[in-house]
Design a protein around this ligand. Structure first.
Ligand SMILES: NC(=O)c1ccc[n+]([C@@H]2O[C@H](COP(=O)([O-])OP(=O)(O)OC[C@H]3O[C@@H](n4cnc5c(N)ncnc54)[C@H](OP(=O)(O)O)[C@@H]3O)[C@@H](O)[C@H]2O)c1
Length: 292
């Protein structure tokens, strides 16, 4: 039985992961920045008679990490698994993203998870054992227009995770990246209010507006047919139960195919592939809308 800390457990993958690890018999510390949002998780845990502990944790508040980790270590004597799941998406072209939004995405999706990892590593080193899972995305290997801040944060997370892995493996600490395609979680709904379709001068006449609106409409259309987040939650448990030291774990057939295809490509092939995936040739060619 492991002690598992999960970030961003109020919805989506984090909520499903808390239930999946509890079903697996682990001690689950489900963290969220607003514990007032624990209702869904606790209600579902109660139906299945599962035990889940909820604790507050905002991944952008690195000043709280040391005391959070100390409390977990004191209460449970160990900390075996950290799932850096919390994350946000903000759509917008570089010119449209406010500096504040750009920094928030980097802080939430990359810097926060790495600093939290840094806070748990001394405990894992003293145990000579541990697992860190970073929630990545296909945007961590492919940069698409309008996805700039999110892709920047996930690419950075991937690079840091790749480096971290061989810094800590001598202590039996495993580090894994989960790469997911599109799953039916709250991520797109949470993206909407911060969508930047206004230019940095505050006017609503962003030259990128057609591109961003088209991209958001596409995502909204696709999210209803997206995969079940329980698949990712179960993959987290599979990784925790496995003794494989593999770095990248694609979460769905789409992610597996894209990963395999891109790893085999040279730069020109990659460029062509990404243009097809993005489907934004109409934009590059100067049109105001895609052909009907
Ligand atoms: N859904 C997909 O298709 C997909 C694909 C690839 C990767 N991902 C990644 O999967 C992870 C989970 O996202 P999701 O899809 O499950 O979306 P979600 O339903 O929106 O869940 C995101 C979670 O992160 C939390 N969060 C946001 N900012 C936080 C902060 N500063 N501190 C602590 N928690 C914070 C949210 O809490 P609040 O309720 O307080 O906002 C929420 O619990 C993210 O890292 C995302 O990038 C998602």
């Amino acid at each position: 039985m492991s002690v598992v800390v999960i970030t961003g457990s109020s919805s989506g993958f984090g909520l499903e992961a808390a239930l999946a690890f509890a079903r697996n018999g682990d001690t689950v510390i489900a963290t969220m920045r607003d514990t007032g949002k624990a209702g869904d998780l606790l209600a579902r845990a109660a139906i299945e008679e599962l035990e889940v502990q909820v604790k507050p944790l905002d991944v952008t508040r690195s000043d709280t990490f040391a005391s959070f980790v100390e409390t977990v270590a004191e209460e449970h004597d160990r900390l075996d698994v950290l799932i850096n799941n919390a994350g946000i998406h903000r759509s917008g072209a570089l010119e449209d993203l406010s500096e504040e939004t750009f920094r928030l995405v980097m802080e939430t999706n990359c810097i926060g998870p790495l600093l939290l990892t840094r806070a748990v590593l001394p405990h894992m080193r003293s145990q000579n054992n541990g697992l860190i899972i970073m929630m990545s995305s296909l945007s961590g290997i492919a940069g698409l227009p309008g996805d700039l801040a999110y892709a920047a944060s996930k690419f950075a997370l991937e690079g840091a995770t790749e480096a971290l892995r061989h810094e800590v493996d001598r202590w039996g600490i495993r580090v894994a990246l989960v790469q997911a395609g599109l799953f039916k979680t709250g991520i797109m709904a949470h993206n909407l209010p911060a969508t930047s379709a206004t230019s940095s001068d505050g006017s609503s006449h962003s030259p990128y507006r057609p591109l961003i609106e088209w991209q958001l409409n596409n995502l909204r259309d696709r999210i209803s047919d997206a995969s079940d987040p329980r698949i990712v939650a179960e993959l987290f448990v599979t990784i925790a139960n496995s003794d494989q030291s593999r770095l990248r774990w694609p979460a769905d057939p789409m992610a597996e195919k894209v990963l395999e295809t891109m790893l085999a490509q040279n730069d020109l092939e990659r460029d062509e592939f990404l243009r097809n995936v993005a489907g934004s040739d109409w934009w590059s060619q100067g049109a105001q809308a895609p052909p009907k």
